[in-house]
Design a protein around this ligand. Structure first.
Ligand code: SAM
Ligand code: DTB
Ligand code: SF4
Length: 327
């Protein structure tokens, strides 16, 4: 049997930021009794954040479907039979109109997602214009466009991009089961270029894809060993979309999802941990536990990229019941 590292769950959080978590330590956090784990996560959370404030981002799919990558979870891949038609890149004015609406609804960040392996040519120029115009509306800007080279990263920064989302998605060990058209190292290379360009990093993953707890621990270790930590850490619960290879994947125990958020909070105490995809299938009680575990960001608005999300009225009601404030 594997030795388990002892964790003193009554110890106060040190507040120190670490980049050297071992897999053994992370496993031991996952293995804590649920109440001890949540107490630790909540203590760490309160040391750095207002526990009742939740950052709110809105997503827009600016280029939907037809993606050449083969990510097993994704309805936008050309390799699967999911019911998502390929579209062209949106017009700049339409994106700006959606950003205005998102701001009016209470979002502070606007994230533009494109189903590309990497951006190219005139489309990239158009995205630069979108970034500048959305920022001029007084929103923080985020984009997720696939792999970037160094020049593209610098140009996005110059256009006014605040955050770049580029997920590691799962552990290096499990990655090959999910994606065959790119490597983990290619993901890490783009993250490095984004950092070097001075753009803040949004990087997380997906759970519930059939990975083991060790894979979840290993993904979190990859994230927490980056220095600095990603400023935003989206934790997505797999949305099982018909036509994708993961459509019939068994559901993850919701407590295991909450544990994953809690461990992320403990490992990356100053990062915004985002309760991302998967809320549509979650009870209000489960979401409340996620916030209690230290999640302090969500996607707001009735659609993620191509799949449904709770509508704004539902989220407003939940925030009111829990005494949470959107920031
Ligand atoms: N093509 C770009 C890329 O992969 O980086 C950007 C868009 S991609 C849709 C952004 C992220 O959405 C993925 O990294 C993945 O974490 C998440 N995602 C995609 N499909 C999902 C699903 N069915 N359930 C949960 N998360 C999903
Ligand atoms: C992230 O980690 N989750 C968001 C955002 N970054 C781009 C995307 C979730 C997509 C869920 C599936 C869909 O709606 O297509
Ligand atoms: Fe393409 Fe991104 Fe979907 Fe993978 S996750 S298929 S890269 S849109």
């Amino acid at each position: 049997m594997q030795a388990v590292t002892e964790i003193d769950s009554s110890a106060p959080p040190s507040g120190a930021i670490r980049y050297d978590w071992s897999l053994e330590e992370i496993r031991a956090l996952f293995a804590l009794p649920f109440n001890d784990l949540l107490f630790r996560a909540q203590s760490v959370h309160r040391a750095s954040f207002d526990p009742n404030a939740v950052q709110v981002s809105t997503l827009l799919s600016i280029k939907t479907g037809g993606c050449p990558e083969d990510c097993a979870y994704c309805p936008q891949s050309v390799h699967h039979e999911a019911p998502v038609a390929a579209e062209k890149l949106m017009d700049v004015d339409a994106v700006v109109a959606a950003a205005k609406q998102a701001k009016q609804a209470g979002a502070s960040r606007f994230c533009m997602g494109a189903a590309w392996r990497n951006p190219r040519g005139r489309n990239f120029e158009r995205v630069l214009e979108m970034v500048g115009r959305v920022r001029a509306e007084g929103l923080e800007t985020c984009a997720t466009l696939g792999m970037l080279d160094a020049d593209q990263s610098r140009r996005l920064k110059d256009a006014g991009l605040d955050y770049y989302n580029h997920n590691l998605d799962t552990s290096p060990e499990f990655y090959g089961e999910i994606i065959s058209t790119r490597t983990y190292d290619e993901r890490l290379d783009t993250l490095q270029r984004v950092r070097e360009a001075g753009i803040r990093v949004c990087c997380g993953g997906i759970v519930g894809m059939g990975e083991s707890r060790d894979d979840r621990a290993s993904l979190l270790r990859q994230l927490a060993c980056q220095s600095p930590h990603p400023e935003s850490v989206p934790v997505n619960l797999l949305v099982r979309v018909e036509g994708t290879p993961l459509a019939d994947q068994a559901a993850l125990d919701p407590f295991e999802f909450v544990r994953t958020l809690a461990v992320a909070r403990i490992l990356m105490p100053r990062s915004h941990v985002r309760l991302s995809a998967g809320r549509e299938a979650m009870s209000d009680e489960c979401q409340a536990l996620c916030f209690h575990a230290g999640a302090n960001s969500i996607f707001y608005g009735e659609k993620l990229l191509t799949t449904p999300n709770p509508d704004a009225a539902q989220d407003k009601a939940l925030f009111a019941r829990l005494g949470l404030t959107a920031v």
